[in-house]
Write a protein that binds this ligand. Structure first.
Ligand code: PLP
Length: 401
């Protein structure tokens, strides 16, 4: 008899993973993968932060038992997350009106948030930026929502088309969910200004929209507090909102899956009811979060010495990315490229929309073994002092034709 899987179709390949496979198979020694979404150090390695190493060592020595965690994760971790997002001793945290649950990375936080929203506002439409992190659409669609775009990136100015974005938000049905990149927009590197965030908050209030901030890169643009500008603008608005956050990048803990979902409600009493519903979503999915990654993050954030160490290391990652941005722009100029690439310095976070066309990206791969996403997105954190000259020469050759 036929297998029950006989008619299963092959799902489309994840474009970025496909890129990584092609890169791995490339035998050229000088190859460079700019398509990745992780931070590499100057040696091209994923760092293990010294603060993480110290917390991990202490934990291993203590050899704690491995019981189940609370469904929402440990209070020490969740409180530490609130401190980073809302600010130390923030009213939103001390009032008890904010629910925070430990999640499996930022992706897991988005998924728990999406599943809970489907119970809260089943008829809503979800709006994501055009373009956005490619998993946003899939995540909210798989939770059962229709997903549409709001205008965001403007290729001509290489910034945000804020007028178009605002006009779209102004036209949405009350109760619509809008997913906003809190900082370091992926894939474009173009963020809203502080004043524009205030305008977004005002539209959310006037139209009765439900903001869902995605904070995957806190500390990668300007610093921990400066990068929380969107969270802080919503915090002081008195509105209710969702925030997914991730320590994948900021702690270099990708595979440990450490993130959180925070939901700001109107009162402590409301928060209790909301948490009870979010716990049902978690309980029927993965039951409760794993221990290790969250324990490491909580230990680092609650020890003054380790926290300082982490902030210094995070600052180091931020500065290195910035140095790669300036370096790339300078070297392109030195290679005689007439086109102005200075926008790369203004973009924030790990990524840049370079404006390279799909054909130019193809040539970079074929002729130089340099891999990038066909949209022209490159990861600045994949550049280092050894490969930046080679990459700049190659891009110069490709754009000069
Ligand atoms: N949101 C955005 C915008 C991202 O870029 C990423 C990671 O690339 C995530 C969420 C997911 O992060 P995590 O690896 O913690 O699930």
């Amino acid at each position: 008899s036929a297998s029950i899987f006989a008619a299963v179709e092959m799902a489309p390949r994840d474009p970025i993973l496909g890129l990584n496979e092609a890169f791995a198979a490339d035998t050229r020694a000088e190859k460079v993968n700019l398509g990745v979404g992780v931070y590499y150090d100057d040696n091209g390695k994923i760092p293990l932060l010294a603060a993480v190493r110290a917390a991990e060592k202490a934990r291993l020595e203590a050899m704690p038992p491995r019981g189940y965690q609370p469904i929402e994760g440990p209070a020490a971790y969740n409180n530490a997350v609130q401190g980073l997002l809302f600010g130390k001793d923030s009213q939103l945290a001390t009032s008890g009106q904010t629910v925070t649950i430990e999640a499996l990375g930022g992706t897991g936080a988005l998924k728990v948030g999406a599943d809970y929203l489907k119970r809260l506002v089943p008829g809503a439409t979800v709006y994501i930026s055009d373009p956005s992190w490619e998993n946003h659409r899939a995540l909210f669609e798989s939770a059962g929502f229709p997903v549409e775009n709001y205008p965001y990136y403007d290729a001509a100015s290489r910034g945000v088309n804020f007028a178009a974005m605002k006009a779209k938000l102004d036209s949405l049905q009350p109760g619509s969910v809008i997913v906003l990149h809190a900082c370091c927009h992926n894939p474009t590197g173009a963020d809203l200004s502080d004043a524009q965030w205030d305008e977004v908050v005002a539209v959310c209030r006037e139209r009765g929209l439900i903001p869902f901030l995605d904070m995957a890169y806190q500390g990668f643009a300007e610093g921990i507090d400066a990068d929380a500008v969107a969270v802080r603008a919503l915090s002081s608005s008195g509105l209710q909102f969702f925030v997914s956050s991730s320590f994948s990048k900021s702690f270099s803990l990708y595979g440990e899956r450490v993130g959180a979902l925070s939901i700001v409600t109107a009162s402590k009493e409301e928060a209790g009811r909301v948490l009870s519903q979010v716990k049902r979503v978690i309980r029927t999915n993965y039951s409760n979060p794993p221990i290790h990654g969250g324990a490491i993050v909580a230990a680092v954030l609650s020890s003054p010495e380790l926290r300082q160490m982490w902030e210094d290391e995070l600052g180091g990652m931020r500065e290195r990315i910035r140095a790669m941005r300036t370096g790339l722009v300078d070297q392109l100029k030195a290679e005689g490229v007439a086109q102005d690439f200075s926008f790369v310095i203004k973009q924030r976070g790990m990524f840049s929309y370079t404006g390279l066309t799909a054909a130019q990206v193809e040539t970079l791969k074929a002729d130089f073994g340099i891999y990038a996403v066909s949209t022209g997105r490159i990861c600045l954190a994949a550049l280092n002092s050894k490969n930046i000259g080679y990459v700049a020469k190659a891009i110069a050759q490709v754009v000069k034709g």
